[in-house]
Design a protein around this ligand. Structure first.
Ligand SMILES: *[C@@H]1O[C@H](CO)[C@@H](O)[C@H](O)[C@H]1NC(C)=O
Ligand SMILES: *[C@@H]1O[C@H](CO)[C@@H](O)[C@H](O)[C@H]1NC(C)=O
Ligand SMILES: *[C@@H]1O[C@H](CO)[C@@H](O)[C@H](O)[C@H]1NC(C)=O
Length: 302
């Protein structure tokens, strides 16, 4: 047998042993959602992570890094598009390939009947959130997408973390609106966004199933932008980052609390910060140096 065949055979075997092919298991079909085609470094190395190319009606919509043990994502990565104003009516969906690698590559609406055990084991389901005191917090939010099907695709529980209503309807919603306005006004090329959760140092969960984040975080990279920025925005291009509290009782070292805020949102503050500072906090909690964007979103060559 010629050597080239042997090499080819080995590659095929490695591919098969590598297990899941298709939409869960590999970011290669959806690398275009990452700046320079490069997923964040230092987030989700090691075993136990599922790379999901979020596919809906046969098109890729965004990407998520999911941990079945947490039954929630570490982050979702997407390209922001301006003009996506209204939340569409849609059903909540789940990811069939997390339950079985031979299942449909498209996300599917939750069926009315009871789901099979493989689905229950591999991911969060709607009853996890019922009566939990947490809302379903989007990482890739529908308001950052213009296309109707892109918007609908954000309503999958693999893009959701347990988020307190005070954050989801308060400062975090304001951050999403501010980022949307700023990117719409000043970003002249693609804007790559990565939004994720920071778990508690002592894992905390709903019903011993769905990991609850202590903080949410978000960062964008907009390498081509309008350089005539107003004063306060000079530091917010090409990159920007923020962290938001999801627990009023957390210490104030990462994000301080505004004690004069309205009671319904008090303790859910969001702090804007340079990307480097966000990466430092992620490294401290997750244990590895983190680089959210390749070459720090230098924009070189863009
Ligand atoms: C939520 O609480 C209500 C009222 O206590 C109860 O009837 C219902 O079964 C609960 N649902 C779930 C999914 O736990
Ligand atoms: C850049 O921003 C300035 C000030 O906001 C505005 O006047 C100008 O038209 C913008 N240029 C482009 C190319 O969008
Ligand atoms: C704290 O909240 C109050 C009430 O919303 C607001 O007026 C004030 O500007 C906030 N302070 C800071 C430092 O954000």
């Amino acid at each position: 047998m010629p050597l080239s065949w042997v090499i080819c055979l080995i590659l095929v075997l490695v591919d098969l042993l590598g297990g899941v092919r298709g939409e869960v298991g590999n970011f290669s079909p959806c690398l275009h959602f990452f700046y320079k085609g490069s997923p964040p470094k230092g987030l989700g190395s090691g075993p136990g992570w599922s790379k999901i190319c979020q596919r809906y009606k046969n098109q890729y919509r965004f990407a998520s890094l999911y941990r079945s043990q947490w039954r929630s994502p570490l982050y979702s990565a997407y390209i922001f598009t301006p003009g996506g104003m209204k939340r569409p009516p849609t059903q909540w969906k789940y990811e069939p390939q997390l339950a079985s690698s031979s299942a449909s590559p498209n996300m599917k609406p939750f069926p009315p009947e009871v789901l099979d055990q493989n689905v229950l084991d591999s991911q969060a389901v709607l009853p996890d959130y019922t009566n939990s005191s947490y809302t379903k917090g989007h990482l890739s939010p529908n308001l950052h997408h213009r296309d109707l099907l892109d918007k609908k695709a954000t309503f999958t529980l693999t893009n959701v973390v347990p988020q307190k209503a005070g954050s989801n309807g308060g400062p975090w919603a304001q951050l999403e609106a501010l980022v949307r306005a700023r990117l719409t006004d000043y970003c002249t090329g693609p804007a790559f966004v990565v939004t994720g959760q920071l778990p508690y140092a002592q894992p905390t969960s709903i019903n011993n199933r769905v990991a609850v984040p202590e903080y949410l975080w978000s960062a964008y990279c907009c390498p081509t932008y309008n350089h005539s920025l107003p004063g306060g925005l000079q530091e917010t291009f090409p990159t920007f980052a923020a962290m938001g509290r999801n627990d009023p009782l957390s210490s104030q070292e990462i994000v301080p609390v505004n004690s004069s805020a309205r009671a319904t949102v008090r303790g859910y503050d969001v702090r804007s910060m340079p990307l480097k500072i966000l990466e430092k906090y992620l490294e401290q909690r997750l244990g590895e140096p983190v680089h959210v964007f390749s070459e720090c979103c230098s924009g070189a060559g863009d």
